[in-house]
Unconditional design. Structure first.
Ligand SMILES: [Zn+2]
Length: 443
């Protein structure tokens, strides 16, 4: 069993996106993995029926026609047993069911919708996010992605080695949060990277100082927890960020400044909210950025997917076939599910990075190579299509005949008039326009 979740920081996060045995669902080919090595699922895949992550049967997915004739109590009982994809369909298909289905859909306690702390700290402007903010208003469980390094500089900059807490920054963070996410009841702030030693809070206080302050300043109507990376032994100064003795841990605030360890749900899913419509010239460019990020996250997922695939091949479906390490020159042999995963994460991290970069496929069995090359071909096709869109945007920008001026005016008009892309900045000073012109100049 993989209960000793001990790896270096990225490996520790990657371990969380590798399903543990016994496997009751198929391999999730739709997995997306973030820069910090954490598994996520985009909303359109989360509510898609019959996919690998949510293998609902067709009958479960499509509510049968006689459903409306059933007594209301029976309808409610059936709805209560439906999966999230089915509830999402019911919310859109039938006005009679919409209210009850929506209540159940949003109340699902194992699904968390994701926002970035940098977006909240930046004032929460619609133009600075790809998410559809009308959706955000309904989210009851929210996960805030908090990397720590930039956030700590904003919340508690160090002045002459002393932290100066910016209470106005913390207050604005929560004000922005409640403005856009008024239905949130449970929030996990996910610090996905370790704080520097001077940012820690001393013995007996597991949360770094800035995260501690942020959570304790949250509105009383929201239950806020902190998900951190912590040392196995907090007092061991030899454990640095290259050590494999780290683990993820969830904490809830308790009385008198204390923290209580909480048990995360084993089936918790973190979902990217639906993206907004990418209209106009601003949307067209931001679509390229958003889709490009999605492809990169699918590419990142290759590492954990290969590990899980190999483990399943040897120990899934009632099999128990000894597994020889795939790393060239390593003769380690494993007899139990999960042992090789920990070994490869601890001892051959370069190999995982190779797989995440689409290399090292020759080490896989012929069957695995075939399955992964199909997956890789799909990724490459999406990448080519995106590159084509990119080229045509660039061509329009670079061509002679005044098209560049027209594009510029289109951008200014949209940034000044389209609420979905409002940034709080003058159009030509905005980060969106600056990024566009920089990237058009780079290529
Ligand atoms: Zn090995």
């Amino acid at each position: 069993m993989m209960t000793q979740d001990v790896c270096n920081l990225l490996g520790c996060n990657l371990l969380g996106c590798i399903s543990k045995p016994p496997w009751s669902k198929p391999l999730n080919w739709n997995l997306h993995v973030t820069r910090t090595g954490e598994g996520r699922i985009p909303f359109h895949l989360y509510v898609q029926c019959n996919n690998a992550e949510h293998p609902s049967s067709p009958s479960q997915c499509l509510l049968f026609p006689e459903f409306a004739q059933l007594p209301p109590e029976l309808q409610l009982r059936i709805l209560a047993s439906c999966s999230s994809p089915t509830l999402w369909q019911a919310m859109r298909a039938s006005s009679a069911l919409r209210v009850e289905a929506a209540k159940l859909f949003w109340a699902d306690e194992d699904t968390y919708y994701l926002v970035e702390s940098q977006w909240l700290l930046g004032g929460g402007y619609p133009g600075d996010t790809w998410y559809d903010l009308s959706f955000a208003r309904h989210a009851q469980n929210v996960q805030v992605e908090y990397d720590a390094l930039a956030e700590e500089e904003q919340i508690g900059p160090m002045v002459d080695a002393v932290m100066e807490v910016q209470h106005d920054v913390v207050r604005d963070f929560w004000r922005t949060f409640t403005d856009w996410l008024p239905s949130a009841r449970k929030v996990i702030i996910n610090q996905s990277w370790a704080s520097a030693p001077e940012r820690l809070n001393g013995h007996g206080h597991p949360l770094p100082s800035c995260l501690d302050i942020l959570i304790r300043s949250s509105p009383p109507t929201i239950n806020v927890l902190g998900l951190i990376l912590e040392k196995e032994d907090p007092d061991d100064a030899w454990i640095d960020r290259f050590s494999d003795r780290w683990r993820r841990a969830l904490y809830q605030p308790a009385r008198e400044g204390e923290w209580r360890k909480a048990e995360p749900s084993p089936v918790r899913t973190v979902v990217f909210m639906p993206v907004k419509e990418f209209n106009g010239p601003v949307g067209r460019f931001q679509r390229l950025k958003c889709f490009g990020t999605g492809i990169w996250q699918r590419q990142n997922a290759l590492g954990p997917l290969i590990i899980e695939y190999v483990e399943r091949h040897h120990f899934g479906g009632g099999r128990s076939e000894p597994l020889s390490c795939l790393c060239p020159g390593c003769d380690a042999l494993f007899h139990k599910a999960g042992q090789w995963t920990l070994h490869v994460l601890r001892s051959h991290f370069w190999l995982i990075q190779d797989w995440m970069g689409g290399r090292g496929m020759n080490l896989l069995s012929e069957e695995a190579r075939r399955d992964f090359s199909t997956h890789k071909r799909n990724l490459d096709a999406d990448h080519s299509a995106l590159r084509e869109d990119w080229r045509s945007t660039l061509k329009e920008w670079c061509q002679d005949g005044g098209r560049r001026r027209e594009i510029r005016e289109g951008w200014i008009h949209q940034l000044e008039n389209d609420a979905a892309w409002y940034t709080g900045q003058d159009a030509l000073e905005s980060d969106l326009w600056q990024l566009f012109t920089e990237e058009m100049g780079w290529v």
